[in-house]
Design a protein around this ligand. Sequence first.
Ligand code: FAD
Ligand code: FES
Length: 282
Amino acid sequence: MLAQGLVVSHEQMGSSNQKLRRLVLQGPVAQTAKAGQFVTVQVQDSARTSFDPLLRRPISIAEISQERDEITLFYRIKGRGTEILAQARCGDSLSIMGPLGNGFSLPEEGELWLVAGGIGIFPLFALVQSALSQGLKVRLFWGGESKAFLESAGLTSWKELGIELSLSTLDGSLGEKGLVTELVQSALSQNKPTESKPEAKEVKVSVAACGPKGMMQSVTELCQRFNVPIEVSLEERMGCAVGACLGCVCTLKDKAGRQIHKKVCLDGPVFRGEEVVWNETC
Ligand SMILES: Cc1cc2nc3c(=O)[nH]c(=O)nc-3n(C[C@H](O)[C@H](O)[C@H](O)COP(=O)(O)OP(=O)(O)OC[C@H]3O[C@@H](n4cnc5c(N)ncnc54)[C@H](O)[C@@H]3O)c2cc1C
Ligand code: FES
Protein backbone atom coordinates (compact mmCIF):
# COMPACT_ATOMS: atom_id res chain seq x y z
CA MET A 1 0.00 0.00 0.00
CA LEU A 2 2.99 2.30 0.50
CA ALA A 3 4.45 3.24 -2.85
CA GLN A 4 6.42 5.83 -4.70
CA GLY A 5 4.72 8.11 -7.18
CA LEU A 6 6.90 9.65 -9.85
CA VAL A 7 5.78 13.18 -10.69
CA VAL A 8 5.17 13.20 -14.46
CA SER A 9 3.23 16.44 -14.59
CA HIS A 10 2.40 19.15 -12.07
CA GLU A 11 0.69 22.30 -13.17
CA GLN A 12 -1.48 25.19 -12.11
CA MET A 13 -5.15 24.85 -13.03
CA GLY A 14 -6.75 28.01 -14.36
CA SER A 15 -6.17 31.37 -12.73
CA SER A 16 -3.46 31.65 -10.08
CA ASN A 17 -5.71 33.10 -7.39
CA GLN A 18 -7.77 29.89 -7.33
CA LYS A 19 -4.66 28.07 -6.04
CA LEU A 20 -5.59 24.83 -7.79
CA ARG A 21 -3.06 22.25 -8.97
CA ARG A 22 -3.14 19.15 -11.16
CA LEU A 23 -0.59 16.51 -10.19
CA VAL A 24 0.00 13.36 -12.23
CA LEU A 25 1.85 10.54 -10.49
CA GLN A 26 3.15 7.36 -12.07
CA GLY A 27 3.25 4.23 -9.94
CA PRO A 28 1.55 0.98 -8.97
CA VAL A 29 -1.45 2.63 -7.25
CA ALA A 30 -3.12 3.07 -10.66
CA GLN A 31 -3.53 -0.69 -11.08
CA THR A 32 -5.96 -1.10 -8.19
CA ALA A 33 -7.48 2.37 -7.72
CA LYS A 34 -11.19 3.01 -8.22
CA ALA A 35 -13.46 6.04 -8.26
CA GLY A 36 -13.99 7.62 -4.83
CA GLN A 37 -10.79 6.28 -3.33
CA PHE A 38 -7.95 8.48 -2.16
CA VAL A 39 -4.23 8.44 -1.47
CA THR A 40 -2.26 10.13 1.26
CA VAL A 41 0.82 12.00 0.16
CA GLN A 42 3.85 12.66 2.29
CA VAL A 43 4.65 16.34 2.16
CA GLN A 44 8.11 17.40 3.18
CA ASP A 45 10.37 20.23 2.19
CA SER A 46 12.77 19.38 -0.61
CA ALA A 47 15.72 19.03 1.74
CA ARG A 48 13.75 16.40 3.73
CA THR A 49 15.56 17.56 6.84
CA SER A 50 12.70 16.86 9.22
CA PHE A 51 9.44 14.95 9.57
CA ASP A 52 7.48 18.18 9.84
CA PRO A 53 4.71 18.16 8.78
CA LEU A 54 4.40 14.63 10.08
CA LEU A 55 0.98 13.74 8.74
CA ARG A 56 0.39 12.75 5.16
CA ARG A 57 -2.31 14.72 3.34
CA PRO A 58 -5.34 12.88 1.91
CA ILE A 59 -6.25 13.69 -1.70
CA SER A 60 -8.86 12.00 -3.87
CA ILE A 61 -7.88 10.09 -6.96
CA ALA A 62 -9.42 12.15 -9.75
CA GLU A 63 -8.26 10.22 -12.81
CA ILE A 64 -6.91 6.70 -13.24
CA SER A 65 -4.97 5.40 -16.23
CA GLN A 66 -4.00 1.76 -15.88
CA GLU A 67 -2.37 1.78 -19.34
CA ARG A 68 0.06 4.50 -18.30
CA ASP A 69 0.27 3.51 -14.60
CA GLU A 70 -0.87 7.03 -13.71
CA ILE A 71 -3.21 8.64 -11.24
CA THR A 72 -4.16 12.31 -11.31
CA LEU A 73 -4.80 14.37 -8.20
CA PHE A 74 -6.45 17.80 -8.24
CA TYR A 75 -5.93 19.86 -5.13
CA ARG A 76 -6.34 23.32 -3.68
CA ILE A 77 -3.46 24.87 -1.76
CA LYS A 78 -4.93 25.41 1.70
CA GLY A 79 -2.16 25.36 4.25
CA ARG A 80 1.39 24.32 4.92
CA GLY A 81 1.15 20.74 3.61
CA THR A 82 -0.34 21.57 0.25
CA GLU A 83 1.99 24.57 -0.07
CA ILE A 84 4.96 22.20 0.25
CA LEU A 85 3.32 19.72 -2.13
CA ALA A 86 2.94 22.48 -4.71
CA GLN A 87 6.74 22.68 -4.90
CA ALA A 88 7.10 19.10 -6.20
CA ARG A 89 8.68 19.04 -9.64
CA CYS A 90 8.59 16.63 -12.58
CA GLY A 91 10.99 13.77 -11.88
CA ASP A 92 10.52 13.99 -8.08
CA SER A 93 9.40 10.85 -6.33
CA LEU A 94 6.67 11.24 -3.69
CA SER A 95 5.81 8.72 -1.02
CA ILE A 96 2.14 7.87 -1.33
CA MET A 97 -0.11 5.46 0.48
CA GLY A 98 -3.10 3.97 -1.25
CA PRO A 99 -5.47 3.42 -2.80
CA LEU A 100 -7.42 3.96 0.42
CA GLY A 101 -11.12 3.93 1.27
CA ASN A 102 -14.09 2.25 -0.32
CA GLY A 103 -15.08 4.31 -3.36
CA PHE A 104 -18.49 5.00 -4.91
CA SER A 105 -20.74 2.25 -6.20
CA LEU A 106 -22.36 2.41 -9.61
CA PRO A 107 -26.09 1.80 -10.10
CA GLU A 108 -27.03 -1.11 -12.33
CA GLU A 109 -29.64 0.89 -14.19
CA GLY A 110 -31.10 4.36 -14.58
CA GLU A 111 -29.26 7.67 -14.43
CA LEU A 112 -26.42 8.67 -12.16
CA TRP A 113 -26.65 12.27 -10.98
CA LEU A 114 -23.40 13.73 -9.66
CA VAL A 115 -23.73 16.64 -7.25
CA ALA A 116 -20.63 18.66 -6.41
CA GLY A 117 -19.99 21.69 -4.25
CA GLY A 118 -16.72 23.54 -4.94
CA ILE A 119 -13.69 21.28 -5.04
CA GLY A 120 -16.00 18.37 -4.20
CA ILE A 121 -15.96 17.97 -7.97
CA PHE A 122 -12.50 16.36 -7.84
CA PRO A 123 -13.41 12.78 -6.78
CA LEU A 124 -16.26 12.83 -9.30
CA PHE A 125 -13.87 13.00 -12.27
CA ALA A 126 -12.96 9.33 -11.80
CA LEU A 127 -16.56 8.38 -11.13
CA VAL A 128 -17.89 9.86 -14.36
CA GLN A 129 -15.28 7.94 -16.34
CA SER A 130 -16.30 4.60 -14.79
CA ALA A 131 -20.01 5.40 -15.14
CA LEU A 132 -19.74 6.35 -18.82
CA SER A 133 -17.59 3.35 -19.60
CA GLN A 134 -20.39 1.17 -18.19
CA GLY A 135 -22.91 2.88 -20.45
CA LEU A 136 -24.73 4.79 -17.71
CA LYS A 137 -26.39 8.10 -18.43
CA VAL A 138 -24.77 10.76 -16.23
CA ARG A 139 -25.83 14.26 -15.30
CA LEU A 140 -23.76 16.78 -13.31
CA PHE A 141 -24.97 19.44 -10.88
CA TRP A 142 -22.07 21.63 -9.78
CA GLY A 143 -22.00 24.78 -7.70
CA GLY A 144 -19.03 27.02 -7.01
CA GLU A 145 -18.25 30.53 -5.94
CA SER A 146 -17.78 31.98 -9.44
CA LYS A 147 -17.26 31.37 -13.14
CA ALA A 148 -13.51 31.78 -12.61
CA PHE A 149 -13.56 28.97 -10.05
CA LEU A 150 -15.61 26.54 -12.17
CA GLU A 151 -13.43 27.20 -15.21
CA SER A 152 -10.22 26.76 -13.23
CA ALA A 153 -11.48 23.57 -11.60
CA GLY A 154 -12.04 21.74 -14.88
CA LEU A 155 -15.35 22.86 -16.40
CA THR A 156 -14.03 22.42 -19.95
CA SER A 157 -13.32 18.72 -19.34
CA TRP A 158 -16.89 18.22 -18.15
CA LYS A 159 -18.30 20.04 -21.19
CA GLU A 160 -16.25 17.78 -23.46
CA LEU A 161 -17.98 14.71 -22.00
CA GLY A 162 -21.22 15.81 -23.62
CA ILE A 163 -23.30 15.08 -20.51
CA GLU A 164 -26.04 17.37 -19.23
CA LEU A 165 -24.57 20.03 -16.90
CA SER A 166 -26.50 22.16 -14.41
CA LEU A 167 -24.30 24.86 -12.93
CA SER A 168 -24.69 27.44 -10.20
CA THR A 169 -22.44 30.16 -8.81
CA LEU A 170 -22.78 32.19 -5.66
CA ASP A 171 -22.10 35.45 -7.52
CA GLY A 172 -24.26 34.55 -10.53
CA SER A 173 -21.33 34.85 -12.98
CA LEU A 174 -22.19 31.46 -14.54
CA GLY A 175 -25.30 29.29 -14.46
CA GLU A 176 -28.01 29.95 -11.88
CA LYS A 177 -27.22 32.34 -9.07
CA GLY A 178 -27.42 30.48 -5.76
CA LEU A 179 -26.86 27.03 -4.37
CA VAL A 180 -26.49 23.81 -6.30
CA THR A 181 -29.08 22.21 -4.01
CA GLU A 182 -31.75 24.39 -5.60
CA LEU A 183 -30.91 22.91 -9.02
CA VAL A 184 -31.09 19.40 -7.62
CA GLN A 185 -34.43 20.08 -5.97
CA SER A 186 -35.89 21.43 -9.18
CA ALA A 187 -34.60 18.46 -11.24
CA LEU A 188 -35.95 15.92 -8.74
CA SER A 189 -39.35 17.65 -8.80
CA GLN A 190 -39.40 17.64 -12.61
CA ASN A 191 -38.65 13.93 -12.61
CA LYS A 192 -41.94 13.23 -10.80
CA PRO A 193 -45.16 12.76 -12.78
CA THR A 194 -47.56 15.57 -11.88
CA GLU A 195 -51.33 15.99 -12.03
CA SER A 196 -50.95 17.91 -15.27
CA LYS A 197 -48.49 15.32 -16.66
CA PRO A 198 -49.58 12.01 -15.09
CA GLU A 199 -48.27 10.03 -18.06
CA ALA A 200 -44.70 11.32 -17.60
CA LYS A 201 -42.33 8.45 -16.83
CA GLU A 202 -40.10 8.86 -13.81
CA VAL A 203 -36.45 8.11 -14.51
CA LYS A 204 -34.72 5.92 -11.92
CA VAL A 205 -32.06 8.16 -10.42
CA SER A 206 -29.10 7.51 -8.10
CA VAL A 207 -27.06 10.37 -6.66
CA ALA A 208 -23.37 10.64 -5.74
CA ALA A 209 -22.43 13.82 -3.88
CA CYS A 210 -19.25 15.45 -2.66
CA GLY A 211 -18.70 18.90 -1.21
CA PRO A 212 -19.27 20.89 1.97
CA LYS A 213 -21.08 19.04 4.74
CA GLY A 214 -24.12 21.35 4.70
CA MET A 215 -24.58 20.79 0.97
CA MET A 216 -24.36 17.01 1.30
CA GLN A 217 -26.84 17.06 4.18
CA SER A 218 -29.33 19.12 2.14
CA VAL A 219 -28.96 16.87 -0.91
CA THR A 220 -29.42 13.79 1.28
CA GLU A 221 -32.63 15.25 2.73
CA LEU A 222 -33.91 15.99 -0.76
CA CYS A 223 -33.07 12.48 -1.94
CA GLN A 224 -34.86 10.97 1.02
CA ARG A 225 -37.91 13.12 0.25
CA PHE A 226 -37.91 11.89 -3.36
CA ASN A 227 -36.94 8.33 -2.45
CA VAL A 228 -33.70 8.44 -4.40
CA PRO A 229 -30.57 6.55 -3.22
CA ILE A 230 -27.58 8.75 -2.48
CA GLU A 231 -23.93 8.18 -1.63
CA VAL A 232 -21.83 10.97 -0.10
CA SER A 233 -18.08 11.30 0.26
CA LEU A 234 -17.16 12.66 3.70
CA GLU A 235 -14.03 14.72 4.14
CA GLU A 236 -12.62 14.39 7.60
CA ARG A 237 -9.24 15.56 8.81
CA MET A 238 -7.08 12.46 9.02
CA GLY A 239 -4.15 11.23 11.03
CA CYS A 240 -2.95 7.76 10.10
CA ALA A 241 -5.52 7.06 7.31
CA VAL A 242 -5.29 3.32 8.02
CA GLY A 243 -7.76 2.93 10.88
CA ALA A 244 -5.31 3.09 13.79
CA CYS A 245 -5.58 6.56 15.35
CA LEU A 246 -9.40 7.05 15.46
CA GLY A 247 -8.81 10.62 14.29
CA CYS A 248 -11.47 10.41 11.61
CA VAL A 249 -14.33 8.70 13.46
CA CYS A 250 -17.80 9.82 12.40
CA THR A 251 -21.28 9.04 13.68
CA LEU A 252 -23.63 6.96 11.57
CA LYS A 253 -26.83 5.06 12.25
CA ASP A 254 -27.46 1.42 11.47
CA LYS A 255 -30.62 0.01 9.89
CA ALA A 256 -32.32 -0.12 13.30
CA GLY A 257 -31.56 3.60 13.82
CA ARG A 258 -28.92 2.97 16.50
CA GLN A 259 -25.95 5.33 16.47
CA ILE A 260 -22.68 3.68 15.53
CA HIS A 261 -19.19 4.98 14.87
CA LYS A 262 -17.09 4.34 11.80
CA LYS A 263 -13.76 5.49 10.49
CA VAL A 264 -13.88 7.68 7.40
CA CYS A 265 -10.44 6.47 6.26
CA LEU A 266 -11.23 2.78 6.46
CA ASP A 267 -15.03 2.43 6.21
CA GLY A 268 -15.51 5.48 3.98
CA PRO A 269 -15.02 8.09 2.74
CA VAL A 270 -18.17 7.11 0.81
CA PHE A 271 -21.29 6.33 2.84
CA ARG A 272 -25.00 6.08 2.07
CA GLY A 273 -26.43 9.52 2.76
CA GLU A 274 -29.21 8.26 5.00
CA GLU A 275 -26.80 6.49 7.36
CA VAL A 276 -24.90 9.69 8.22
CA VAL A 277 -25.87 11.49 11.44
CA TRP A 278 -25.22 14.95 10.09
CA ASN A 279 -25.41 16.92 13.31
CA GLU A 280 -22.91 14.67 15.03
CA THR A 281 -20.57 13.51 12.37
CA CYS A 282 -17.16 14.87 11.56
C1 FAD B 1 -10.76 11.59 1.84
C2 FAD B 1 -10.30 13.00 1.53
C3 FAD B 1 -10.14 13.39 0.21
C4 FAD B 1 -9.71 14.68 -0.08
N1 FAD B 1 -9.56 15.01 -1.39
C5 FAD B 1 -9.11 16.24 -1.70
C6 FAD B 1 -8.90 16.59 -3.06
O1 FAD B 1 -9.10 15.79 -3.99
N2 FAD B 1 -8.44 17.84 -3.33
C7 FAD B 1 -8.20 18.76 -2.32
O2 FAD B 1 -7.83 19.89 -2.61
N3 FAD B 1 -8.40 18.45 -1.03
C8 FAD B 1 -8.83 17.21 -0.69
N4 FAD B 1 -9.02 16.89 0.62
C9 FAD B 1 -8.71 17.90 1.65
C10 FAD B 1 -7.18 17.95 1.86
O3 FAD B 1 -6.78 16.74 2.47
C11 FAD B 1 -6.83 19.12 2.78
O4 FAD B 1 -7.15 20.31 2.15
C12 FAD B 1 -5.34 19.11 3.08
O5 FAD B 1 -5.02 18.00 3.88
C13 FAD B 1 -4.95 20.38 3.79
O6 FAD B 1 -3.59 20.26 4.17
P1 FAD B 1 -2.71 21.54 4.42
O7 FAD B 1 -1.50 21.12 5.17
O8 FAD B 1 -2.47 22.28 3.15
O9 FAD B 1 -3.62 22.45 5.29
P2 FAD B 1 -3.64 22.55 6.87
O10 FAD B 1 -2.59 23.53 7.27
O11 FAD B 1 -3.63 21.19 7.48
O12 FAD B 1 -5.07 23.18 7.02
C14 FAD B 1 -5.41 24.39 6.36
C15 FAD B 1 -6.91 24.61 6.46
O13 FAD B 1 -7.60 23.54 5.78
C16 FAD B 1 -8.51 22.90 6.65
N5 FAD B 1 -8.51 21.48 6.37
C17 FAD B 1 -7.47 20.62 6.50
N6 FAD B 1 -7.85 19.36 6.18
C18 FAD B 1 -9.14 19.42 5.83
C19 FAD B 1 -10.12 18.46 5.41
N7 FAD B 1 -9.85 17.16 5.31
N8 FAD B 1 -11.35 18.90 5.12
C20 FAD B 1 -11.67 20.19 5.25
N9 FAD B 1 -10.81 21.15 5.66
C21 FAD B 1 -9.57 20.77 5.94
C22 FAD B 1 -7.97 23.19 8.05
O14 FAD B 1 -9.01 23.16 9.02
C23 FAD B 1 -7.40 24.58 7.91
O15 FAD B 1 -8.41 25.56 8.01
C24 FAD B 1 -9.45 15.61 0.95
C25 FAD B 1 -9.61 15.21 2.28
C26 FAD B 1 -10.04 13.93 2.57
C27 FAD B 1 -10.21 13.50 3.99
S1 FES C 1 -7.23 8.69 10.19
FE1 FES C 1 -6.52 7.36 11.75
S2 FES C 1 -8.25 6.09 12.06
FE2 FES C 1 -8.82 7.24 10.32
